[in-house]
Design a protein around this ligand. Structure first.
Ligand code: ATP
Length: 246
């Protein structure tokens, strides 16, 4: 299983409440050590793709009706999120979901729940060195953090599980441009230094294509274009429709 992509999604179809298909044969793959961006407008199916991979559709009456998802050589569709976490696959969902009344440090410790090796203190230090601001605020309730700091807190919480791969949904959402750059460069640093692989869903194609190695453009629940990030950024149609350039 050390060969082939770390994650592959093959022709998945997803329906909510047995209504219309929302994903219509979506296929993508993420190489080990890659940063892959899933681009597309509102409603294209990016979040649904992330939830399908993380097996989080059931609570929304959604289901994968066709296709297969493999991670590290094994089929993972249907596995519990806690099982996925044990295998090193973590999800950071859209919006910020730090537990507001828990301290920053306790929020981070929650992320270590699936660990059995006891090296939680070491992981905390690692997260604090990635996000010094979280260390300064470690005793504050997370609800008092700024939007960007809460985003750091939920990413830090995912890192506590020492993941090999993180699914990152709309990291730029609601953040000021400078903070967006900070979050993305932190992702790049984790990728370069700790070898963490990323699949990132992002409406802000301009930023995503600057940090990603490869991208997929999703429209109407399927991939309509893919390629190395620099090639997508130079593609006339993508420039006109997604980057606001001509
Ligand atoms: P956004 O950036 O707005 O989240 P997206 O590309 O992530 O967009 P999805 O959230 O995956 O898109 O939505 C894809 C389609 O599925 C949309 O048409 C949306 O209305 C529909 N959808 C999403 N969640 C549900 C749900 N729980 N029940 C029914 N339909 C849903």
């Amino acid at each position: 299983s050390a060969q082939g992509p770390l994650l592959s999604v093959a022709g998945i179809e997803v329906m909510y409440s047995r209504l219309a298909l929302v994903l219509r044969g979506l296929t993508l793959s993420v190489p080990r050590g890659g940063i892959v961006a899933l681009l597309g407008a509102n409603g294209a199916g990016k979040t649904t793709t992330m939830k399908a991979i993380a097996n989080l559709l059931r609570s929304e009456r959604g289901e994968v009706t066709k296709g297969a998802i493999h991670y590290d050589g094994a089929r993972i569709d249907g596995l519990d999120p806690s099982d996925l976490a044990r295998r090193g696959l973590s999800l950071v969902m859209e919006g910020r979901h730090a537990f507001p009344t828990l301290s920053v440090e306790d929020n981070l410790k929650v992320g270590a729940y699936s660990r059995s090796d006891g090296a939680v203190a070491e992981s905390l230090e690692r997260v604090y060195s990635t996000f010094p601001r979280l260390k300064e605020r470690r005793h504050q309730p997370a609800g008092l953090l700024s939007g960007g700091e809460q985003q750091m807190c939920v990413i830090g919480r995912a890192l506590m599980a020492r993941p090999r791969m993180i699914l990152l949904d709309e990291p730029s959402m609601g953040l000021a441009p400078l903070l967006v750059e900070e979050i993305f460069s932190m992702m790049q640093q984790l990728n370069a230094e700790a070898g963490v692989t990323f699949l990132l869903a992002e409406q802000n194609a301009a930023v995503a294509l600057r940090y990603a190695t490869y991208g997929y453009l999703v429209e109407g629940g399927r991939v309509v274009r893919e390629g190395p990030a620099h090639a997508l950024a130079a593609d006339p149609e993508i420039r006109a429709s997604y980057l606001g350039l001509d």
